[in-house]
Write a protein that binds this ligand. Structure first.
Ligand code: 4NP
Length: 156
């Protein structure tokens, strides 16, 4: 199983949105037996909570499921448990890098690294911007390109 972890700061806005969108794409491409996804936050303030209302409303709008998703903090073992660790912004990427003890060999990147000529290098945080639609637009594009990349790299 190829395992993908999406990481943001609080794990209630961006990374659960990315997890849900990516899972939906994997499902539509009939790859649920090959690729799994999870998400986590650098901070633990929202551990156990469902995604933010704005993220829930947006996923409802696009009929993308998120019922099982509950916030959790990232930890050292994620480095061994996942093949790809995908950060929403540069600060998340650095924080994740700092957590590494080189125990695992997960590939660490930002979601927008997979998009050619991206509108943004970092996914803006709707917890602060309030703009969940724009965040979704970027996450959707990023997840599509990430899935293309993973399929090519793993010949699936
Ligand atoms: P996220 O947004 O990283 O996209 O989940 C945030 C959610 C909560 C907080 C920060 C960012 N917070 O400080 O509680």
């Amino acid at each position: 199983m190829i395992r993908v972890l999406f990481v943001c700061l609080g794990n209630i806005c961006r990374s659960p949105m990315a997890e849900a969108v990516f899972r939906d794409l994997v499902d539509k491409e009939n790859l649920t037996d090959r690729i799994d996804a999870d998400s986590g936050g650098i901070g633990d303030w929202h551990s156990g909570e469902s995604p933010h209302k704005g993220t829930r409303e947006l996923l409802d709008k696009y009929q993308i499921g998120y019922k099982e998703i509950k916030a959790r903090q990232v930890n050292l073992s994620d480095w061994g448990d996942f093949d790809y660790i995908i950060a929403m912004d540069e600060q998340n990427r650095k924080d994740m890098q700092n957590l590494s003890n080189k125990a695992g060999d997960a590939k660490l990147a930002k979601l927008m690294d997979f998009v050619q000529d991206p509108q943004e290098e970092n996914i803006p945080d709707p917890y602060y911007t309030g703009n969940f639609d724009y965040t979704y637009e970027l996450i959707s594009e990023g997840c599509n390109e990430l899935l293309r990349y993973i399929r090519t790299e793993n010949n699936i």
